[in-house]
Write a protein that binds this ligand. Sequence first.
Ligand code: HEM
Length: 217
Amino acid sequence: MNRFLNSKWTKLAVFLVCLVPLANLIWRALHQDLTPNPIEFITHRTGDWTLRFVILTLAITPLRKLPRLGPLIRFRRMLGLFAFFYACLHFGTWIGLDKFFDWAEMWKDVQKRRFITVGFTGFILLIPLAITSTAGWIRRLGGRRWQLLHRAIYLTAMAAVIHYYWLVKSDVRKPLQYASLVGILLAWRLGAWLVARRQRRSGGRVERNEPTTAEMA
Ligand code: HEM
C-alpha cells in the first residue's frame, strides 16, 4: 500500500481523476447535453464538486492516521487546490454566465441573499489558503502560523454546508448529509486537539497531527 501511495504515477492518476468532473462538463457542453438550463446545471455541478473536494481535503488528516495510510498526506495539497479550482469555476459561472459581469447587481446579491453571503465568505477564505499552499509560503510563515491559517478550511466547510442548506428550497437531505460529514471531521479534529492538550498538560510527548505541505512532497 505504501509503495502504491508513494508512487508518482498514483499522484498523476489522482490528478487526472480530479479533472474528470471538468472533463464531463466540457464533454456535455460539446454535445449540447447541459440540460435545458445549462447555467444552473454548471453552477450545481461545480458547487457540488467544490464541496466534495473541501471534504476530501479535510478527510486526509484523520485517514492518514490509519495503518499504512500515512502517505495519503501527499495528496492533501492537490485536493485542496482542486477545491479552490472548482470554487473558481463555480464563482466564475455565477459572475460571467449568471450575472453577466454586472458588478452592482452582484454586490447587491452578496449583501441581500444570505446563501450568497455565506458562499462568498467560504470562497474568500479559500484564497489565502491557495496562495500560501507552497513550500516558500510555509517557510515565510513558519509551520505553526501556516497550520493556524490553514485551519480556515474548516470555516470554509461550515460556510459551504450552510450555503447549501440555505439555498435548497425543500429537500434538505443532501445538504444535511454533507453537514454530517463536515460535523464528523470537525468532531475528530476537536477530539485530537483535546487529547494533545491533555498530553501537553501531563508533560507527555505530543504527536504533531498535521505535517505542513513541505513534509508532503
Ligand atoms: C467554497 C465555496 C462554495 C461552495 C463549496 C459552494 C457549494 C455549492 C453547492 C454544493 C451548491 C448546490 C449544488 C446542487 O444543488 O447540487 C451551490 C449552489 C450555488 N452556489 Fe455555491 N458554493 C460556494 C461558493 C459560492 C459563491 C462564492 C457563489 C456566488 C457568489 C455561489 C453561488 C451559488 C449559486 C447561485 C448556486 C445555485 C443556487 C440555486 O440553485 O438557486 N456559491 N453551491
